[in-house]
Design a protein around this ligand. Structure first.
Ligand code: PMV
Length: 350
């Protein structure tokens, strides 16, 4: 391996799940399959410089988030890197690694940055691995490996390395699907979904009271868990067919049912907890009423938090934007919104 510095830089997007991953086993493996839209504007840009050091056996990490040191992020990444060195990326052993990372969306905007952040860093690490092997072809195996590495950092991040849409988790009727890494399904979806909009309404920018890690863990004692995992499999079958056929109303029904199920599972955990706010419910009700009154196919989903993702086809953009501005924005924290849409996946920048 050369002693001169190696550099890699990638921009990687966030993603929003339609059928949700909620509950895990083993080393970040999902209890049920999930499917997501890859976003385009909510991205993390990461640059990594790696120098081989003869004096080190372990990894020495320096980590900058938006130009500043961040001890909490650094310690999470250091733990993950040490695991990777042992089991999957031994070429990193004994190196000095400088990571510099920034988000396109403001910190504490209520947007989870783990999917974009972990996938951007994983892409950089796989890029460095390819450089050591003098590989220049970023082929399917490259993205598969980046997805696998991302998964070990943050489960849902493994879906962010692909354009348009990705499936993560083994499913009998989805060829090549796996618990170990996500797969790209862009060739299996109708064109209407390739330009779908996702306007993210920021209801609260506060840190979550219960982390996703704790939420996944609580599924282990949830009496509804077995039925939930079966339901997610069944909904995947129905949603994959709707995605293929361009059936927007079936897509919308399953997507909304999934968001409600996710939050219901939180409310019936032991101890129970709630991440929706009054404003989340007000927005959901208004979306349903507007859809019923106008026939405009506008739907919602939520992550593990109070913010609402408003999903609609491109052709309804102007109508929907007017409705959002007049009726939904007043419920948002400081009128905040991130207007995103389905995107083309990560980009190599260095
Ligand atoms: O990847 P994690 O551990 O942050 O969990 C993500 C869980 C959900 O966002 C609620 C669902 C999903 O599939 O992304």
């Amino acid at each position: 391996m050369p002693n001169n510095p190696m550099v890699a830089g990638w921009e990687s997007p966030s993603n929003i799940a339609l059928v949700k991953y909620w509950g895990k086993y083993g080393d970040q493996l999902p209890k049920n399959p999930s499917v997501s839209f890859t976003l385009s504007k909510a991205v993390t840009t990461t640059e990594v410089t790696m120098v081989r050091s003869d004096q080190h056996k372990d990894i020495e990490l320096s980590f900058l988030f938006e130009g500043k040191e961040n001890a909490a992020f650094a310690s999470r990444i250091e733990k993950w890197l040490n695991k990777l060195v042992q089991d999957h990326l031994p070429f990193l052993r004994g190196s000095i690694i400088d990571v510099s990372t920034k988000n396109s969306f403001p910190h504490s905007s209520g947007i989870a940055s783990s999917a974009s952040g972990m996938s951007a860093l994983s892409l950089c690490l796989c890029d460095l691995l390819y450089q050591t092997k003098e590989e220049r072809d970023y082929d399917d195996d490259f993205y598969k490996q980046a997805s696998f590495i991302s998964r070990l950092g943050s489960g849902s991040a493994c879906r962010s390395v692909y354009p348009e849409m990705a499936v993560w988790g083994g499913h009998d009727q989805i060829p090549h699907s796996s618990d170990e890494h996500a797969i790209c399904i862009k060739d299996q979806i109708h064109p209407v979904f390739k330009t779908f909009h996702d306007d993210i309404l920021i209801v609260s920018a506060q840190e979550k009271k219960v982390s996703s890690t704790a939420g996944h863990h609580l599924m282990n004692g949830n009496p509804y868990a077995p039925a939930r995992y079966q339901q997610a499999h069944d909904r995947m079958t129905l949603l994959m067919s709707a995605l293929h056929n361009g059936d927007v109303s079936t897509f919308g029904k399953i997507t909304e049912d999934e968001a409600m199920t996710l939050h219901a599972l939180m409310m019936c955990s032991d101890p129970p907890y709630m991440l929706m706010e009054e404003a989340s419910l007000a927005i959901i009700k208004k979306i349903k009423t507007y859809r019923a009154d106008t026939g405009v196919p506008i739907y919602f989903t939520l992550d593990a938090g109070p913010n609402i993702h408003v999903l609609y086809p491109e052709e309804f953009q102007s109508q929907t934007e007017n409705f959002i501005t007049s009726d939904l924005l007043p419920h948002c924290h400081e009128g905040r919104i991130i207007k995103d849409k389905v995107g083309n996946g990560p980009k190599k920048i260095k």
